[in-house]
Design a protein around this ligand. Structure first.
Ligand code: FES
Length: 683
């Protein structure tokens, strides 16, 4: 019972307030008011998660004057903690300090359970921390001969009593360490409990004697056809401790998805081989990333994975053959929750859980679902086109009224594969290039150096990395710049030296290449953009554009309000060059933004927030899927998109900022773009 004479407690930043009898611990007041104040030890003064900052003086906003003696005096527990670990000046332990008089208490972000983590990307989305696995410190009753119960049952009882956990389960590996751990901790233990959004029973993932202070971690993994990227995330703070990536070893079975499906079809046991390869790679990646962050890999207790449907099946050990033919049936489109060790993840905690986001359709996978979770097209006021550029592009078009999705087989050209001088984005790779429209001379920048190649000090700055090749963003810029400089015509033909007036256009057989960099006389590379490179990029960009157009047709629109480029390298694509190339539909340039690795971010959101898992499971059911593979209009759009930027679409916004010269280098009257002849591919 409180009365109006009881001290008033106001919490900031929540603004929650209430009256409590003098002597009430701050933590208790916070809990009763529903204020978000953390605690792992349940108020025993050992975890320090409950730190608060009382404010003193006049708070006219709250109508409160706070006196020096508003809280109880600094007690022995706080003193001990301060001496051992140090408390920041002005901080108190909320479970120790009691309310004496009216007081205003600030809960700093690190003491909030559901603290918010702001993404660094331009379209910052706040992630609220509410992970599936959390730590709980409990005091378990000692065994009693007169009341015979097992240690696990008494642990369950303690968790119910102290943390209102209704029910727990533990597997045999955990049971076998339960008894020694309880005794070692003198009946005080910390448990890591995993609560699924679908299951009321919590699973004990790990147990430590006493208070565990080593933290808990999770891995968000974006498993792509060409690369695998992982973010090691602190499950308490949401902080990314380390990010790392490796090539997908399945590349040796086929560069794109369809060639991997055919490998599985043609080679008995081929799917098993590919499953083993990718599982081993993820396990190695987990090991390496833990080492890099100097974290015990056994503290990694959660893994969230996003991937396209073929990767999804191969990871799970399901033969992807059905995904290679209409009607492209998935074994399951639902999210998958399982033990991480079932996916061959041996390096991390043996009881760690894995969660794979739901797929949208047979060709639109969990990676597209992750993009939807991260970019939230279904909450957008304006019509947004979101393109996750990769070997297989995921495309979403939508706003508050509806969201459409498809995937498009762009192939690995955008990632530097199938390009004569192509390479992965790594130090030494050309990532940006400009061609002077007058002199037709190139200048470029390589990864690992901020200088342009015509700036002083460039040679010295790149001496250690060298200039090794062109990565995805570099090749996009190179092709667009060739077009802007009038060295390549609309059909994609590179002109001869005579036609263009530059000796950088060199004959190679019956076609021409543009020479970007030549160090061959000193044994270095000779980097050119060949006619074959242009063709590869034309195929990739046409597939991307055609997928976007198909969704626009379905929606009944000719233009979109904004374009978001996502993907591991989507962030590095210059919007202007992407538009000159005709990768994306025409839009005002300032409405073309980059979202970084949206699929990876979606995975991280699902890792940090359990409600996001339920949300995306709901959302994917509402997304309308469009199947590019069986849609005749796709082919039509594809052919028209072969021209650079496009055969028929006018691109008025582009014309305002970058009028393109219009040479024609086709002297034979053929259709050099080879429109319509195209290897159908998924990848
Ligand atoms: Fe753990 Fe206060 S709740 S120290």
């Amino acid at each position: 019972m409180t009365d109006t004479k009881d001290p008033l407690v106001v919490f900031t930043p929540s603004g929650k307030r209430g009256r409590f009898p003098a002597g009430t611990p701050v933590l208790t007041a916070a809990r009763q008011l529903g204020v978000d104040l953390d605690s792992v030890c349940g108020g025993r003064g050992i975890c320090s998660k409950c730190q608060v900052t009382p404010g003193y003086g006049e708070f006219s906003k709250h109508g409160v004057t706070v006196h020096e003696d508003a809280l109880s005096e600094w007690n022995a527990v706080e003193e001990r903690y301060d001496q051992k670990r140090g408390l920041k000046p002005g901080r108190r332990l909320g479970c120790q300090a009691t309310v004496q008089r009216d007081v205003v208490i600030d809960v700093p972000p690190e003491s909030q359970v559901h603290r918010q983590v702001v993404r660094k990307a331009a379209t910052a989305r706040v992630i609220e921390m509410d992970p599936a696995t959390r730590l709980y410190f409990v005091e378990v009753d000692e065994p009693d001969m007169h009341e015979p119960t097992g240690d696990l049952e008494r642990l369950a009882r303690a968790l119910k009593r102290e943390w209102e956990i209704p029910e727990i389960r533990a597997d045999l590996t955990l049971l076998s360490k339960l008894q020694p751990t309880l005794r070692k901790g003198k009946w005080q233990v910390t448990v890591a409990l995993h609560k699924s959004h679908r299951d009321a029973v919590a699973s004990v993932i790990e147990i430590w004697p006493g208070l565990h202070e080593g933290g808990l971690y999770g891995l968000a993994i974006d498993l792509g056809s060409t690369t695998v990227a992982a973010h090691l995330t602190d499950l308490d703070t949401g902080e990314v401790k380390a990010s790392s990536g490796i090539m997908n070893p399945q590349i040796r079975f086929g560069e794109d998805l369809m060639s991997r499906v055919s490998y599985a079809m043609m080679n008995p046991g081929g799917d098993v081989e590919m499953t083993a390869a990718v599982r081993e790679a993820i396990d190695t990646l987990a090991q390496e990333i833990a080492r890099e962050a100097e974290i015990d890999a056994a503290l990694i207790v959660e893994v969230v994975l996003v991937c396209n449907p073929v990767m999804h099946h191969l990871l799970l050990g399901i033969d992807p053959v059905e995904l290679g033919q209409a009607p492209f049936a998935l074994a399951t489109s639902e999210s998958v929750s399982l033990m991480a060790r079932e996916l061959g993840l041996e390096a991390i905690n043996t009881r760690a859980r894995a969660y794979i986001l739901p797929c949208i359709a047979g060709h639109v996978g969990a990676d597209a679902a992750a993009v939807a979770l991260s970019e939230e097209p279904g909450k957008s006021d304006d019509l947004a086109l979101i393109i996750d550029v990769g070997t297989n592009a995921e495309i979403l078009l939508g706003d508050k009224t509806s969201v459409l999705a498809c995937s498009s087989p762009t192939g690995p050209a955008f990632e530097g594969a199938q390009i004569s001088s192509g390479q992965r984005a790594a130090p030494g790779a050309i990532e940006a290039i400009r061609i002077d429209p007058e002199t037709k001379e190139p200048r470029f920048r390589v990864i690992g150096c901020d200088l342009w190649s015509d700036e002083e000090g460039f040679a010295e700055a790149t001496a250690s990395t060298g200039i090794t090749g062109i990565c995805g963003s570099g090749i996009i810029e190179a092709v667009a710049e060739l077009r802007m400089a009038g060295l390549m015509d609309e059909s994609g033909l590179i002109g001869s030296a005579a036609q263009t007036g530059t000796s950088r256009c060199v004959a190679e057989g019956r076609t021409h290449s543009y020479l970007v960099f030549d160090a061959s006389d000193t044994g270095g590379p000779r980097i050119t953009v060949t006619q074959g490179d242009i063709r590869a990029i034309q195929l990739a960009k046409s597939a991307l554009y055609a997928g976007a157009r198909l969704l626009m047709d379905e929606r009944g629109v000719d233009r979109v309000d904004r374009v978001v480029l996502a993907g591991a390298f989507g962030a590095h694509i210059s919007p202007l060059h992407a538009m000159v190339l005709g990768m994306i539909p025409d839009a005002p340039l300032d409405k073309v933004t980059s979202a970084g690795n949206a699929a990876g971010t979606g995975a991280r959101i699902a890792l940090c927030n359990i409600a996001a898992r339920a949300e995306i499971e709901r959302t994917v059911r509402q997304i309308h899927k469009v199947e590019t593979a069986i849609e005749p209009k796709f082919q039509e759009h594809f052919v028209a998109a072969n021209a650079i930027p496009h055969k028929t679409a006018p691109f008025p916004e582009l014309a305002k900022i970058a009028p393109l010269p219009n040479p024609s280098f086709n002297t034979k009257g053929e259709d050099p773009a080879g429109g319509g002849r195209r290897r159908r591919r998924r990848g």
